[in-house]
Design a protein around this ligand. Structure first.
Ligand code: GTP
Ligand code: MG
Length: 418
């Protein structure tokens, strides 16, 4: 509604599906935690009477505290993860920078990114990096400094460096999107290790391809490997460097159709990860370099198209934004499904199991009560009987004594008369 109102813009973002679902499921787990604590306190208060709560049940109920805490910890860390792959220099780092609206990751000609870089939001407002085998926070102020810090580390190409960037600088980071940049797939022999270490928990993959050439076998093979490990991974294909097409306008439509046909066939027929219709929403022709430049200008309050730009820039910029929208929708829905579905199933199971234990305890208590009542009645009946016996006895005694007295009286009076 209100253009320029950051809040309303943010609320309309498809990422809110994830953000809201995360808040909701967190609230539910706060309630489950309360419920578990109540159950534990109740069970402990009954522990004295061993016959009511079985000790196995008590241990099981207490165990749920740790389980619920575990799930809540995982929930806090749950995010949406997108991983970028493609050949060296296709523009992976530039695409991420354009989406982040800032030059965060080093990019350039040649082989630039030489290990895995994970960009995520930092709550503290500081920007820093942490390498894989250290907990030290290294301050990061600029791309140059980041590149330098990464160089001096002598990192292996499969290693992961976490880059924390202030959440308030980027909506995507604020809404829990985590970006993973990778070295070119054509320079690594360790693709299996990459998949095991960095891909299995990714919600979305973006293949950054070079529109100046075509999809390469190395790129295809990598995604074939990924799709044998994951069922139907969400894959977007960015035909990057599409600004190059401006210099050959006469072939533009033809080249686009050729790339489109190959990319669709790769997703639909080879990988079988989506339908033809879905594939049309997964393939885009963009220029990350232009998109980044436009955004840097916009940040400075200048119009996006004020730089030196090739023909057709508005279309390419629009297509980049269209990609972002479809990407946000896809990652948000997919992450809710894969992450929260599991949590809600486990939450449901915990609650059901506690209910079953409580129900058993209630039955046990009922049974005990009935047994006690029966025992009480038996004692009561016995008492009654004794009482009656006593009554009878006393009556008998009384009669006997009266008879005795009468007898004695008679005998006394007889003796007196004689
Ligand atoms: P590695 O990290 O080496 O694997 O490369 P990368 O895929 O991360 O590529 P990077 O983002 O570093 O970009 C490589 C070079 O291509 C840089 O000089 C970018 O400015 C340039 N570049 C990226 N995207 C585009 C684009 O859409 N059009 C043009 N013309 N150049 C681009
Ligand atoms: Mg790179």
């Amino acid at each position: 509604l209100a253009v320029g109102d950051g809040r309303s813009l943010r609320d309309s973002s498809p990422l809110q599906i994830f953000v809201k679902a995360k808040k909701k499921i967190n609230d539910i787990f706060v309630e489950i935690e309360d419920y578990v604590r109540d159950a534990v306190a109740y069970v402990q208060s009954l522990q004295q009477e061993r016959s009511i709560v079985k000790s196995d049940d008590a241990v099981q109920v207490e165990g749920y505290i740790v389980k619920v805490k575990g799930i809540r910890d995982v929930l806090m860390r749950d995010h949406m993860k997108v991983a970028f792959f493609g050949r060296t220099s296709n523009g992976k780092s530039t695409v991420i920078n354009a989406m982040l609206r800032e030059k965060i990751l080093p990019s350039g000609i040649g082989h630039t990114t030489n290990c895995f870089l994970q960009v995520e939001g930092s709550d503290s407002g500081e920007s820093y990096l942490v390498t894989e085998d250290s907990t030290e926070k290294q301050n990061v102020k600029s791309v140059g400094q980041l590149a330098h810090a990464l160089c001096k580390e002598k990192l292996g190409e499969s290693q992961l460096v976490h880059i924390y960037w202030p959440k308030d600088k980027c909506l995507l980071l604020r809404d829990d999107v985590v970006f993973v940049d990778s070295p070119g797939i054509d320079v690594s022999p360790n693709l299996d290790e990459w998949i095991d270490r960095h891909c299995l928990d990714a919600d979305v993959f973006v293949l950054v391809s070079n529109a100046e050439s075509t999809l390469m076998l190395t790129e295809k093979n990598f995604f074939h490997k990924v799709s044998t490990r994951l069922s139907k991974p969400n894959i977007f294909i960015l035909n990057n460097r599409w600004d190059a097409s401006a210099s050959e306008p006469e072939f533009l439509d033809e080249v686009r159709a050729q790339h489109m046909e190959r990319a669709v066939s790769f997703l639909v027929k080879e990988l079988k990860v989506c339908t033809q219709k879905e594939a049309n929403e997964r393939i885009f022709f963009v220029s990350a370099k232009e998109a980044l430049q436009a955004r840097l200008l916009e940040q400075k309050g200048q119009p996006a198209h004020s730089g030196a730009l090739a023909d057709g820039f508005p279309n390419r910029y629009f297509e980049f934004q269209d990609f972002e929208r479809k990407f946000e929708e896809c990652i948000s829905k997919s992450a809710v499904r894969t992450k929260f579905d599991q949590h809600s199933q486990r939450g449901k199971l915990i609650v059901t199991e506690i209910w079953t234990i409580m129900d058993g305890t209630y039955d046990q208590a009922q049974q005990l009560r009935t047994e006690k009542a029966v025992a009480k009645k038996e004692i009561h009946d016995k008492l009654n009987f004794t009482e009656q016996q006593l009554l009878l006895l006393t009556q008998e005694m009384k009669d006997k004594i009266r008879q005795m007295v009468e007898d004695v009286e008679q005998r006394v009076s007889k003796a007196l008369s004689e």
